[in-house]
Write a protein that binds this ligand. Structure first.
Ligand SMILES: [Fe+2]
Length: 305
């Protein structure tokens, strides 16, 4: 009897030591394996970018749009979805014709160094339903069934779960823009798990991973990645010199947190499928412990098998 108890206690101690020691070694191996700048992501698609000139608070001039295109192309971004603000109460929403006209201007001026397709960043508002059948299709990303949906930064709209249901019923699949920057989701990350569970997707801003939006956005982005709930990462670029159209540094960080293939899905595979109006191929089951910031218990048997 005493032997059994001793064996059990000793077994637990040995397990903890193995977890602790091997966990640190594994972390170091992963850190060494992923070097920022060395990931070979050359087919990236940026589904959130304020690249159109004189449209919202993004590019101010055509020259700035061209500079952003060139910076994106150098990064390995091959396609940009132009997503001017829609219904945010500050900038008048551009018509579909205006968006297409400005895209053409930027393409010509930049020598077609990157593909640009139409879209919008749609603020949560009643206009979503007014525009759901809109032949302009300006609330949809590249004319697909996907829509980039932005919440206010301080809160999540009340009854959002019902609204997501109604949006899906209208034939639109919402992609939640930068949930990690929303104060209420920072305080209660389970909100994003519930929305994903109901059929929405999540898009992180690359600047959140590179600490451009403060520690809360960084920590929440890390938890969303580790929980398996990050479906897209986009630049949300506004300018050439700050909030630039860059993804690779953040993709390297995402790879460090969740693996290279997961990071590739966020910047290449999932957005490519979105643009073709196909189902999103890379979807993971939510790891609720990781979402709450609890350190995941590693099993070295699992790691090596
Ligand atoms: Fe944006």
């Amino acid at each position: 009897m005493l032997g059994e108890v001793l064996g059990e206690v000793l077994g637990e101690v040995i397990d903890e030591v193995i977890d602790e020691v091997l966990g640190e070694v594994i972390d170091e191996v992963i850190d060494m394996a992923v070097v920022p700048g060395e990931l070979n992501f050359r087919r990236m698609v940026d589904i959130h970018c304020h690249i159109l000139p004189e449209t919202d608070d993004g590019a101010k001039t055509l020259d700035e749009s061209v500079a952003m295109c060139r910076a994106a192309a150098e990064e390995g971004i091959v396609t940009i979805v132009a997503t001017p603000h829609m219904f945010n109460g500050v900038h008048p929403p551009p018509s579909r014709a205006t968006i297409l006209e400005k895209i053409e201007q930027v393409k010509v001026a930049s020598g077609n160094c990157v593909e640009i397709v139409p879209g919008g960043e749609v603020r949560y508002s009643y206009e979503i339903f007014q525009e759901a059948e809109d032949p302009q299709g300006r609330i949809r990303l590249n004319g697909t069934s996907y829509m980039l949906l932005e919440f206010p930064f301080q809160s999540v709209p009340p009854n959002i779960e019902m609204t997501i249901f109604q949006i899906l019923n209208a034939g639109i699949t919402p992609v939640i823009a930068h949930p990690e920057r929303n104060k209420q989701i920072q305080e209660k990350p389970k909100i994003i798990a519930d929305l994903v569970d109901r059929g929405a997707f999540a898009q992180l801003d690359s600047g959140s991973l590179t600490k451009s939006f403060g520690p809360e956005a960084y920590v929440t982005a890390k938890r969303i990645v580790e929980a398996g709930l990050a479906h897209f990462m986009a630049t949300d670029a506004h300018h050439q010199d700050r909030r630039r159209p860059v993804l690779s540094a953040a993709a390297a960080i995402a790879a460090d947190w969740g693996g290279v293939e997961y990071a590739r899905a966020m910047v290449e595979e999932n957005p490519a499928a979105l643009l073709k109006d196909r189902p999103i191929p890379w979807q993971l089951e939510c790891d609720h412990d990781a979402l709450l910031g609890k350190k995941r218990k590693r099993s070295w048997f699992f790691f090596w098998k």
